[in-house]
Design a protein around this ligand. Structure first.
Ligand SMILES: NC(=O)c1ccc[n+]([C@@H]2O[C@H](COP(=O)([O-])OP(=O)(O)OC[C@H]3O[C@@H](n4cnc5c(N)ncnc54)[C@H](O)[C@@H]3O)[C@@H](O)[C@H]2O)c1
Length: 342
């Protein structure tokens, strides 16, 4: 099998390629990634060195590029992780989100149809469902996104649905929960706080920290996507989540403990997302579990080992946090709350 994985220079896509190399060593894997701010060549260093993975630099919305890769390498299936992925950035400006997350998906769907590929897995998010006070999102829950990021992901989901309905394009969707683990760009809660606390810097906690997220380890998320690639029914969506509902405050406590830092480094800030900050996400995953997948990782031990990974892999994240582009984002977003403590 010749598989094209997009966005594998990023966080979850890189875990997916590592998993595929381990459990399907006879597959040939091609990676397409634009190496945006969150895509990092060193994240791929291990699997690019193993000879079974080929890297292509380019954008998923580039029809010529994607067609060349597909036709030149007899690609059978595509898994799309490529996306603008950070909610907070989308609240500053949402345009690039629509380009990658909607136009990019539309382009991949066209290439899948034109070349009669066997399958296209679109990696989406539980955030397309919006927020839920009680109970759980199922795959039947109507989508109701609350941020420009989640709206752009929902647009991609709807394009997938439309291509399945209109052309019978063999599409399967996954909707994953908040994901954590090694190699996550230090702008999302866990790596942002972990890297700042390791450096002895202050961390900004949104509101009272009571927002509830359902966390899943990147290796479990990647295994869910592989399971859907191999077993999911075309035209269906599958939630990929774990039962780890935690408040941001609970996560912070483990972060402080593991980094040996105290509450004096925590600054409670007015929630910059305000009305767009979903209070709770929670997903039912029975549909994918009925196909034989289940998450394997225990939350607290794997959160601790993730923080330990950031402690031990400063050479991966230090160049990122020292990058002027990263510092400009942190300043733009948190400057007014952290001031001199940036
Ligand atoms: N991180 C989470 O908690 C989470 C949860 C659920 C779903 N998801 C989804 O999983 C996917 C991967 O998320 P992630 O956290 O690994 O993101 P990430 O930001 O770490 O990685 C995204 C990768 O996509 C690449 N990319 C971005 N736009 C591109 C484009 N137009 N063409 C080619 N490459 C492009 C980037 O260079 C980067 O390597 C996304 O689709 C995201 O919506 C993420």
């Amino acid at each position: 099998m010749n598989l094209l994985v997009t966005g594998a220079a990023g966080f979850i896509g890189s875990h997916f390629v590592r998993l595929v190399r381990r459990v399907r060593p006879d597959w040939t894997v091609h990676v397409l990634d634009a190496l945006t701010y969150s895509g990092n060549g060193t994240t791929m260093a291990d699997f690019l060195a193993d000879g079974g993975v080929m890297f292509h630099h380019g954008r998923i919305e580039d029809h010529t590029k994607v067609t060349e890769i597909v036709q030149g390498n007899q690609i059978h299936q595509i898994v799309n992780f490529a996306a603008e992925s950070h909610n907070d950035r989308s609240l500053v400006s949402g345009s690039s989100f629509l380009v990658s997350n909607a136009m990019g998906v539309e382009n991949l769907l066209n290439v899948v149809r034109e070349n009669q590929l066997q399958r296209f897995v679109q990696v989406s998010t539980d955030e397309v469902y919006g927020t839920i006070a009680e109970g759980q999102f199922t795959e039947e829950t109507p989508i109701a996104p609350n941020t420009p990021y989640s709206a752009s992901k929902a647009a991609g989901d709807l394009q997938c649905r439309a291509h399945f309905k209109a052309y019978k394009t063999p599409v399967v969707l996954t909707r994953g929960g908040n994901t954590f683990g090694p190699f996550q760009y230090p702008e999302k809660l866990i790596p942002f706080f972990a890297t700042r606390l390791i450096q002895g810097k202050h961390v900004p906690l949104y509101g009272d920290g009571s927002q509830i997220r359902e966390w899943i380890h990147a290796e479990d998320h990647a295994a869910g996507v592989l399971h859907v690639l191999e077993n999911g029914l075309v035209g269906e969506a599958y939630n990929i989540g774990d039962v780890n509902e935690r408040t941001n405050l609970e996560i912070l406590e483990v972060l402080l403990e593991e980094t040996g830092r105290g509450q004096e480094l925590v600054i409670n800030i007015e929630d910059p997302r305000k009305g767009a900050h979903d209070a709770r996400y929670s997903m039912a995953t029975d549909k994918l579990q009925a196909l034989g997948w289940k998450p394997e990782k225990e939350f607290i031990p794997s959160l601790r080992s993730t923080i330990q990974w950031y402690r031990e892999n400063r050479d991966w994240w230090e160049p990122i946090v020292q990058d002027p582009q990263y510092q400009a984002f942190v300043k733009q977003y948190y400057g007014k709350y952290l001031g001199d403590l940036l």
